[in-house]
Design a protein around this ligand. Structure first.
Ligand SMILES: [Zn+2]
Length: 446
């Protein structure tokens, strides 16, 4: 039975109707015909649900930046006075959601914390990544990240949305672990993230399962960093919600798959995280990609650092770095298995994390490389797009507002000059990015 069908009791239906009435009427009242309404016309619409695209679609966006109607041109009426934007020949898909991002402050850069976080979120947005779930702050940026999260409900945005877990939950004892979660819950974080690295320094099972238990008591979902199958299975056994990295040591088992499906556990492969561990053993060809160069204002410092021949040689001679090559192959194999089995996959990259060993995870560019690798792993372009939009929104429980092009959702959109269903690399053919119904880079009109 699906979650939706379980909820459709008589009481549930009445509540749903009430919620629908309450949420629909204010936007209707504030946006009479033509007032701030935008109609995007003539484009192919990939709505993020996995359904076949609408050719010659129309999307009507209300004055509050939400989608009012979507469908084939002949079935959607454009309100009189609406601003029409002709997008014939283009493809519109939901903005990308990065379910495993980091929006952290790099101390070696001198700008104030807030300015830098905004700059990073702007870069994500320019690349069409309109929402990010930050699975781990640093002490320098934890509170500013939460502030930015709070501000984004208040008005037009010229940057990507951010949702954040604050600092990772930790503890030496179950009691400390619970206190760590309580502190984060008091800060009103969106998610709880913790680590099981598979090393002797790990928290005990009792301690990390106290994190899951306490988080659930506070109504928060839990995300875990893992590498090994046994740790993924152990976390799922204890009620974990989202696996935030690939299983990279061996094939996933039928038991893990069955347990993930039974408990609705989502999976974020973060393939480019693994790529970044070894790819700078030489100068990667993508440094010359004009699409990469678009982000150079943010990327330059790290490009210089990873281009240092001494660092390149170190990566070539580092046993751990080289061991990630087969681990990435294993990750790709497991992704295909889990996707075929119907597990919810969410796109995520682990981009934007600080630390000298984490260089070269390009916020904005790597999300597109991630999509490319998901297709290389054997997912179809449509499955990959869903994982980066509607699937990511479901995995992160942001699907009330985000992830699909459907009436009532926020109009966070990626307009492309070419069809990503024929080649996933066409997500890089960006025509424009829309956040909350406003075109990025356009002057504020509301
Ligand atoms: Zn991470």
């Amino acid at each position: 039975m699906t979650r939706t069908s379980m909820r459709l009791t008589a009481v549930g239906l009445a509540a749903l109707a009430l919620v629908a009435a309450l949420s629909f009427q204010p936007s209707h009242a504030q946006a009479p015909a033509g007032d701030g309404i935008v109609a995007l016309t003539g484009a192919r619409v990939i709505d993020g649900t996995g359904r076949a695209p609408i050719e010659q679609g129309t999307i009507v966006i209300n004055g509050n930046g939400r989608i009012q109607a979507v469908g084939p041109a002949n079935s959607v009426q454009v309100p009189r006075g609406a601003t029409r934007v002709d997008l014939a020949g283009k493809t519109i898909m939901p903005g990308l959601i990065n379910a495993h991002a980091h929006v952290q402050y790099f101390k070696e850069l001198a700008d104030p914390v807030r300015d830098q976080l905004v700059r990073r979120l702007r870069m994500y947005a320019e690349y069409g990544v309109t929402a990010n779930v930050s699975l781990g702050s640093t002490e320098a940026d934890e509170l500013e990240g939460l502030k930015l999260r709070d501000e984004q409900s208040r008005g037009p945005l010229d940057r990507a949305r951010v949702y954040t877990g604050g600092l990772n939950a930790v503890g030496k004892t179950p009691d400390e672990a619970r206190k760590s979660v309580d502190r984060l819950a008091d800060l009103k974080v969106d998610v709880i993230k913790f680590h099981i690295n598979g090393t002797p320094n790990d928290m005990t099972t009792d301690t990390w399962s106290a994190i899951i238990d306490e988080a659930h008591k506070k109504g928060l979902r839990t995300y875990v960093h893992i590498f090994y199958l046994k740790d993924a299975q152990a976390a799922v056994d204890k009620g974990l919600d989202v696996i935030a990295h690939s299983v990279r040591d061996q094939d996933v088992t039928p038991k893990l798959i069955a347990d993930m499906k039974a408990n609705n556990v989502a999976y974020i492969p973060t393939l480019t995280r693994d790529l970044s561990v070894f790819v700078y053993e030489t100068r990667p060809a993508f440094f010359d990609d004009p699409f990469f160069q678009r982000g150079i204002s943010l990327y330059r410092d790290h490009v210089n650092l990873v281009s240092d021949p001494a660092r390149q040689e170190k990566v070539r001679n580092d046993k751990n770095a080289q061991a990630i090559k087969p681990a990435l192959q294993q990750a790709m194999k497991n992704l295909k298995t889990l996707s075929d089995a119907g597990v919810t996959i969410a796109m995520g990259t682990d981009s934007g994390v600080t630390g000298a060993q984490n260089l070269g995870r390009w916020q904005g560019y790597f999300e597109h490389v991630e999509l490319e690798y998901m297709v290389k792993a054997g997912m179809t372009p449509m499955q990959t797009i869903v994982a980066a939009t509607g699937g990511a929104a479901r995995a992160t429980k942001l699907d009330t507002d985000l992830g699909t092009i459907q009436a009532g959702k926020l109009a966070d959109l990626l307009v492309l000059n070419a069809n990503p269903l024929t080649d996933i690399k066409n997500t890089r053919q960006i025509n424009s990015v829309w956040i909350g119904g406003r075109r990025l880079g356009a002057r504020a009109t509301r």
